[in-house]
Design a protein around this ligand. Structure first.
Ligand SMILES: [Fe+2]
Ligand SMILES: [Fe+2]
Length: 176
């Protein structure tokens, strides 16, 4: 009985699609911002005189992944009858929150490790964001979307490991 009651509650939660739409809107904004953050990072890394610390080809691949994720979320919104061009509250906040990182990365005076530190925070948020979205999609009965989002999360885990590795190497090279 307890299990049944829980299922009913889950179904009821699924009847508030605006929460899923808001978080999908946030993901859409975040992934688009991801592309905008990786562009100047690629430029910064390309212009850096120090050794081949960061793999430019990998960096470009990550940027393309973020773009693919943006498209995936846009398709997801359309599949549930929502408008991907509509600004949701969480999407708006995601944009505001990212402006500091954008400033850090685009500032020509910041170093590659400083920019990597910003992108690390973005990737941490990226991973947590997809993780939550998977739970929300599954909990509201969107199993197909949840499975697609799991593939995206795997990619984000790779991003995180790469960025964390680059930052660690950069800081250890500098400080030890
Ligand atoms: Fe992402
Ligand atoms: Fe990412």
């Amino acid at each position: 009985m307890k299990g049944m009651a829980a299922t009913v509650v889950d179904k009821l939660k699924g009847h508030k699609p605006e929460v899923l739409i808001d978080k999908l809107g946030e993901r859409l904004a975040y992934e688009r911002t991801g592309v905008r953050l990786y562009e100047p990072l690629i430029t910064k890394v390309g212009a850096a005189s120090s050794g081949p610390l960061v793999d430019l080809a990998m960096l470009t691949k990550i940027r393309d992944d973020e773009r693919a994720h943006f498209e995936l979320v846009g398709d997801a919104l359309r599949s549930i009858g929502a408008d991907p061009t509509a600004m949701t509250p969480c999407a708006d906040i995601a944009g505001v929150a990212a402006t500091g990182h954008l400033q850090v990365i685009t500032d020509p005076r910041t170093t590659v490790p400083q920019a990597l530190n910003s992108i690390l925070m973005i990737e941490l948020g990226d991973n947590a964001g997809w993780d939550l979205l998977i739970e929300l999609a599954r909990g509201s009965g969107h199993e197909v979307l949840a499975s697609q989002f799991e593939v995206a999360l795997k990619t984000e885990q790779e991003h995180l490991a790469l960025v964390q590795g680059w930052l660690k190497q950069a800081v250890l090279d500098e400080g030890t």
